[in-house]
Design a protein around this ligand. Structure first.
Ligand code: NAD
Ligand code: UDX
Length: 483
């Protein structure tokens, strides 16, 4: 029988996604004596994690492939064997998706906890001996209570008469996509919430293999759960704040980059997370703020709920504002016009498109009848089709004259494998993701391929304005009142 251990020997992580995969890869890499089993119901995702060609891993994260190569098959395993992996584990991480509910009570705001609950029930059914259950998913404050209730209902002896027991800890993950490995290897802090000091120290000792002790924070369960939602809300709030100022800059001749530098030099404000852009995307910010809004209302704090709701409202407004100003600058219509979209991922260095600003902006332009030529170095065309809920068309030939869709005014899109292909015949380029390759484009060459007058709409503020204008192109840059 497993007894409470200070030293954990076997970990099971349920959920092999953007958090479970990289987090467990780093734990396995840094703790070669611990066997780490990452399990998921999604067979194709697990097959991709096991692919001998590391370029086929299911998620793209700089540095992840090297770590997987070192640890996989040594003490890191990916499988669909959920039940035996739970049974063998001293510690089970729950790292499954917690999206916003789309129906029923709390629809559009509350987190959908059905996958978390399913995990708790599976742990309750399969765990043997003493098991520490760790909330790695981002969860509404007091979810640990639900997990504890499910586990306690099945606590008691297993079939061979051996006793079973559970402890629940909260250990939210603060990694950002695109920098996940760096964030995991040198975190600003690791947060562990719980009531059982033995279990807390067991988890702390894992992180302590590579994270300095002073960076491992211990709190009660509820502070830990609430800190995760609060961290994301504060970060997102900064983006909505700077985007609101960007709109003012555009009308007053100020430049948001200069304003950001001026205010960010105040150490109380700090310089990070002040880049104005097309609004925040990603699977976390919107979902977590909406969850905070829901919880605030649930606990009878409507003013607090309204305060946070406005962070999301401003973000949606920024995306719609950008689509509208593209149309306005292209003589009030984009129907039948080709527009090149540079970037579709919600930020650079990831293939993730969840809640990407590109989706809303592209949909707004498709509704206006635009023809979108989309280039992203990492996002697959099938993903774009699914996000836009519109299949791609065969790229229309420029020589063949106006296509059927152009004539009918229907919005269409097609994927491109390079920027030159995307700009051919286009009236405008929209830079939507800050991939580094978009910073050093040869605008003289690209301008020659476009239909004049042609525009560059730089929603990330990353191109060299002088190079664009000297190539004969018009430019709009987010928050730049001088363009
Ligand atoms: P994801 O959708 O990429 O991965 C979740 C995985 O869990 C999926 O592969 C799914 O098949 C699997 N799953 C669901 N139910 C299961 C079950 N019962 N048994 C086995 N597998 C199951 O999600 P993610 O981006 O990794 O996020 C996971 C959690 O971490 C969420 O709560 C999220 O808010 C939080 N988080 C995400 C990030 C991020 O950057 N993506 C950062 C910090 C925290
Ligand atoms: C975020 C949090 O940063 C991370 O701590 C948490 O664990 C998960 O959610 P992520 O969504 O992966 O991480 O990326 P992040 O770098 O935070 O960017 C989120 C969005 O904000 C992106 O669309 C990004 O382009 C945008 N952003 C970020 C800005 O528009 N301006 C900025 O200054 C920073």
């Amino acid at each position: 029988m497993k007894t409470p251990l200070t030293e954990i020997r076997n970990i099971c992580c349920i959920g092999a996604g953007y958090v479970g995969g990289p987090t467990m890869a780093v734990i396995a890499d840094r703790c070669p004596k611990i066997q780490v089993n990452v399990v998921d119901l999604n067979e194709s995702r697990i097959a991709a994690w096991n692919d001998s060609d590391l370029s086929n891993l299911p998620i793209y994260e700089p540095g992840l492939d090297k770590i997987v190569q070192r640890a996989r098959g040594r003490n890191l395993y990916f499988s669909t064997e959920v039940e035996p992996s739970i049974a063998n584990a001293d510690m089970v991480f729950i790292s499954v998706n917690t999206p916003t509910k789309t129906r029923g009570l709390g629809s559009g705001q509350a987190s959908d906890l059905r996958w978390v609950e399913a995990c708790a029930r599976q742990v309750a059914k399969c765990a043997q001996g003493h098991t520490i259950v760790v909330e790695k998913s981002t969860l509404p404050v007091r979810t640990a209570e639900t997990i504890q209730a499910i586990l306690q209902a099945s606590q008691g002896p297993q079939s061979n008469g051996e006793p079973r027991s559970f402890v629940v800890l909260s250990n939210p993950e603060f990694l950002a996509e695109g920098t996940a490995i760096k964030d995991l290897e040198t975190p600003d802090r690791v947060l562990i919430g719980g009531e059982d000091s033995h279990a807390i120290e067991s988890l702390a000792s894992i992180y302590n293999k590579w994270v300095p002790s002073e960076k491992i924070l211990r709190t009660n369960l509820w502070s830990s759960e609430l800190s995760k939602l609060t961290a994301n809300a504060f970060l997102a709030q900064r983006i909505s704040s700077i985007n609101s100022v960007a709109a003012l800059c555009e009308l007053t001749g100020a430049d948001v980059k200069e304003v950001a530098k001026a205010i960010g030099s105040d150490t109380r404000i700090g310089s990070k997370f002040l880049n104005s852009g097309p609004g925040f995307g990603g699977s976390c910010f919107q979902k977590d703020i909406l969850n905070l809004v829901y919880l605030s209302r649930y606990f009878g704090l409507p003013e607090v709920a309204d305060y946070w709701q406005n962070v999301v409202t401003l973000n949606t407004w920024q995306q719609d504002r950008i689509a509208r100003l593209v149309v306005k600058n292209l003589f009030g219509t984009v129907t039948g016009k080709r527009l090149a979209l540079f970037g579709f991922a919600f930020k650079a260095n990831t293939n993730d498109t969840r809640e990407a600003p590109a989706i809303r902006i592209a949909k707004d332009l498709l509704d206006e009848g635009a023809q979108l030529a989309i280039y992203d170095p990492k996002v697959e065309s099938l993903q774009i089709a699914s996000d836009l809920k519109l299949p791609q068309i065969t790229p229309p030939s420029l020589k063949a004259g106006p296509s059927k869709a152009e004539l009918s005014g229907e919005g269409t899109w097609w994927p491109c494998s390079k920027v030159e292909e995307a700009v051919s015949g286009a009236d405008a380029v929209l830079i939507l993701t800050e991939w580094s390759q978009f910073r050093g484009l040869n605008w003289d060459e690209l301008a020659q391929l476009m239909r004049k007058p042609a525009w560059v709409f730089d929603t990330r503020g990353i191109v060299n304005k002088e190079e664009v204008t000297s190539a004969g192109l018009k430019i709009w840059r987010v928050g730049d009142g001088a363009t």
